[in-house]
Write a protein that binds this ligand. Structure first.
Ligand code: CAO
Length: 479
């Protein structure tokens, strides 16, 4: 009995070890067949660079944005390969279509330069049929992006709860002027954000009023932040299977870009800010970070200096940085070799109280050369300088055209125009920069191909008034 039992046990052991081997074999085979070792990623594509689809291919964006902050975000996502479906109010569209118009009857550059590579559908979001179409879009898309005034999306019935009931995977991304707090209900435009985010109080000259900057750090800056939030949420969704809210307040976005000024605010508690020229001029510091004029934000003193031609050309200037390691080269260039050893000039701390006079001396030299000559000479010595480029010079710069940063596109009603292409270059996902859509240009196409409405249903939608301006039914559609 015992021997029989032993034999049986040996037999079953052999059987189970064979089975185990099979399992091991199966287990070992599965990852080898489909998954590269390590992190569950697919095998590296063998397709040539740029031919393996684009970064956000397959991602559908329900784009409820208008003016600048939101459209900047969704245009970047479109450049990355997302299918961006811009929802606009019938007959009117994004308000910027008609703002700052330069060509009569054509969409403005304000609109066209922020809405390239997108599709446009007109839907009255307050019309019952319009609501039904929007619900279908919510089910179909991955991300809803909006920058309406606080509460407007809810008033349309598109609360987060409603959206998530229809599509738990949807990411709902919003730009608002302020985060939760005393100002959360305020409408906000670019310059309001620059002021509330700490940029204006720290920009300009000490003896002048606060200044706003030309770069749209409140709008485009926040759109850029939002785009990062969206792609991060998309990545998290791969693990969790669910969408989430993404909120970027313009005040927060500006503050993030002005963080060095909050750094300086805290440094003030420990003494004067020695790299600010007011230190060298003996002007005492107040309680808050002051305006720094053209002082360099980093630890390397810098200033904007006149170049040859400054009398007639408002942009004949160069930013000049007296970086410590190249100080001796600067002294030789400007004809001050004695400053290399003079204890008043030889070290960075010795120079700090004399920056105004030092830059005035360097300027005597830069005024004898054009900004491009100064750039060429200084670059040979590794001296960091930056020519003040006008928008005209940037528009005509061949290297920016070659990299796709400045792109010329053709538009059916306004003709050729320049736009800013994708400033973020991905080696495997080249940007596809296309012209902006006409108002409602893709309404039919989206209703049919994305949402699956039949020809008959589309005809019914057209007469319902859900996709056309109230006073001009059906044929008023711009498509
Ligand atoms: N169908 C029907 N109604 C529509 C619609 C559509 N397709 N699209 C928009 N609307 C309606 C909205 O529902 C809203 O109506 P209610 O006020 O009745 O709810 C109305 O249009 C106006 O929306 P809004 O308040 O957002 O627009 P505004 O011009 O009054 O304000 C702005 C503009 C930018 C100040 C505000 O949207 C805002 O503060 N946004 C957040 C911050 C932001 O992005 N600012 C940057 C703008 S760029 O400088």
């Amino acid at each position: 009995m015992a021997t029989k039992k032993k034999a049986k046990t040996a037999k079953s052991r052999a059987k189970s070890s064979a089975a185990a081997k099979k399992v091991v074999k199966l287990k070992a085979k599965k990852p080898a067949a489909k998954v590269a070792p390590g992190n569950g990623m697919p095998r590296p594509s063998s397709k040539p660079w740029g031919q393996a689809g684009r970064a956000l291919q397959g991602v559908k964006i329900l784009d409820f944005t208008h003016v600048q902050s939101g459209p900047t975000c969704t245009q970047l996502l479109a450049y990355m390969g997302a299918d961006v479906i811009k929802v606009e109010r019938p007959g009117i569209g994004d308000i910027t279509r008609g703002q700052l118009r330069d060509v009569k009857g054509a969409d403005s550059l304000y609109f066209t330069m922020l809405n390239g590579s997108k599709r446009s559908i007109t839907i009255d979001s307050k019309h019952p049929k319009g609501k039904e179409i929007l619900d279908r879009l919510v089910k179909e898309c991955d991300v809803l992006v909006e920058n309406f005034a606080p509460g407007a999306l809810d008033r349309m019935g598109l609360t987060f709860e409603h959206i998530h009931k229809l599509n738990p995977r949807m990411i709902v991304a919003s730009v608002k002027g302020f985060g939760p707090g005393p100002y959360e209900d305020c409408k906000v435009y670019e310059n309001v954000a620059q002021c509330a985010g700490g940029s204006a109080s720290t920009t300009g000259f000490r003896d002048g009023p606060p200044l706003v900057t030309g770069a749209q750090i409140g709008d485009s800056g926040t759109g850029l932040h939002l785009a990062l939030g969206i792609v991060s949420a998309l990545y998290q969704r791969v693990r969790t299977g669910r969408g989430q809210k993404v909120l970027c307040a313009m005040q927060d976005g500006v503050l993030n870009l002005a963080r060095v000024k909050l750094r300086d605010q805290q440094r003030l508690a420990h003494g004067p800010l020695t790299e600010y020229s007011q230190y060298g001029e003996g002007v005492p510091f107040g309680k808050a970070t002051p305006r720094a004029g053209n002082d360099s934000g980093g630890g390397q003193p810098g200033w904007i200096l006149k170049c040859k031609g400054w009398e007639d050309d408002p942009d004949a200037y160069i930013y000049f940085i007296t970086q410590a390691p190249v100080w001796t080269a600067i002294c030789d260039l400007i004809g001050k070799p004695d400053w290399k050893t003079d204890p008043d000039y030889a070290t960075p701390p010795a120079r700090l109280p004399r920056l105004k006079q030092i830059f005035a001396t360097i300027e005597q030299w830069t005024m004898t050369r054009t900004k491009f000559e100064v750039m060429e000479i200084c670059n040979k010595h590794d001296i960091p300088v930056g020519p003040i480029l006008s928008m005209k010079e940037i528009a005509e710069e061949p290297s920016l055209r070659a990299t796709g940063t400045v792109v010329e596109v053709d538009h059916p009603t306004r003709g050729k125009y320049l736009t800013v292409g994708n400033p973020i270059k991905l080696s495997d996902s080249p940007a596809d920069v296309r012209r902006s859509p006409l108002l409602g240009e893709h309404t039919d196409e989206i209703l049919r191909k994305v949402l699956g409405y039949s020809e008959k249903e589309v005809a019914e939608i057209k007469v319902s008034g859900a996709i056309t301006a109230p006073d001009k039914p059906a044929k008023a559609e711009a498509a």
